[in-house]
Each structure stands twice: as structure tokens, then as C-alpha cells.
Design a protein around this ligand. Sequence first.
Ligand SMILES: [Zn+2]
Length: 242
Amino acid sequence: MLELLAPYRQSTVSKVKRWINNVALTAFNSLVLQLLFAGAVVRTAMYVTSHHLGVLNMVEAPSWAKLLATVIFMDLMLYVWHLLNHEVPFLWRFHRVHHSDLNMDVSTATRFHIGELAMSAVIKISLVFFLGATPLGVLIFESALVLCAQFHHSSLKVPRWFEAIFWILFVPPSMHRIHHSVIIKERNTNYGTIFSTWDRWLGTLLTDVDQKKLRIGVGAYQKPDKLNFNHLLVMPFTHPIK
Ligand SMILES: [Zn+2]
């Protein structure tokens, strides 16, 4: 704004066109940064596999069993990490960026603060190290994660019969919608990402909610014009809210 008010010299090409490029490049860079996090996780899996480190490298088991164990273990750990994101005030500062979305659709699945992504990358790297996960196992887990997250955040109208079958093992949109409720008691439930079993077994499942009355978002953030990109970036560093 300052340089607009007191320009050193006049533009020779359209500022808007330059800005579109520069903003696109900035968005692209953060995408690369995300890929870097993912790359670091896969690279760790390659390292532990070639050096025979971690729990899975100590046991004799067929590779499909190790793959399955990786997906199940990583999803359980993600459940714990997600729960901590809600219960630990410092982590909630970052995670509330995701929850402040006023509607839910497939784009909500990737609406995260870069700080949360960085922290979860560090956690994932440590888990891969401990487990001795294979690169393929990590790849399958990460792909399943994206697919499931995009599905249960989506505004897709899912047939009832499909939900009824799907939810025996996995998280359907109706279950995750409750998790995005403005009511804190409803929000602090249904933490699962891939499997719905963790919530069922560990006592954090909530299904008995009128879906039509659900209000999505965070109580303190109800004004759309206060939820622009810049607001989202600084949100973790502003006042704490429930
Ligand atoms: Zn959450």
C-alpha cells in the first residue's frame, strides 16, 4: 500500500497482470513446500528400509501385511495427533484455520495452515522412523489419506445405503460434518481420517446429531470478510479462542 501511495517510479506494464503472476508463483512455491514435506517423509521411509531400522524391519512378515500395518498404525497415530490438535491450545491455534471454513467442500480438505503441515510432517517423519515403514507403505497411506479427507469434507450427496456400508469401517461425510460443527462438544468428537473404528473404540464417536441443523465453522469466526487469505495466515498468532 505504501509503494502504491508513494511510488518511486511509474509502472511500464500492468501491475494487475504482474501481481497475478507473482501471487500464482507464491501459491506454487507453497505447493512445492508441501511436496518437500511429503518428500521428506518418503525419503525417511527409504532410509529406514535400506538401513533395516524400525519395528517392521525387525519382524518376519509378508510385505502386504507390513503395508496394512503401516496404513493402520499411521491412521491411529493421525487420530491421536488430530485429538491433540483440538485439546492442546497451542496446536488448536493452527488447526482452527482448517475449522474456520464456513462451508465444507473438497477444498476444505487442503485448507491448512502451513505451520500445522510442518508440525505434522515432523511427527510423520518420527513415526516412519519408529515403525520402519516402507516407501510404498507411506505412499499408499498418504494417498488413502488424501482420498478419504477429500471425500469426507466434500459436499457430495451420498446415497444412504452407501453411507450405511461405508461407515462400518471408514469415515463418511455425515460423520465428519459433525466434527466441523460450531458447537464445541460436537467438534471434539469424530477425529478419524481413514478408519471410523478409532472413534468407535476409543469413545469419541458422535452420530446422534440432526444434520439439517448443523452450523459449520468456529463460533468466533462467523464473518466471511474476516476470513480472507491474509487473516488465515496470521490466525494462529492472534488471540486464543475456544
Ligand atoms: Zn479437526
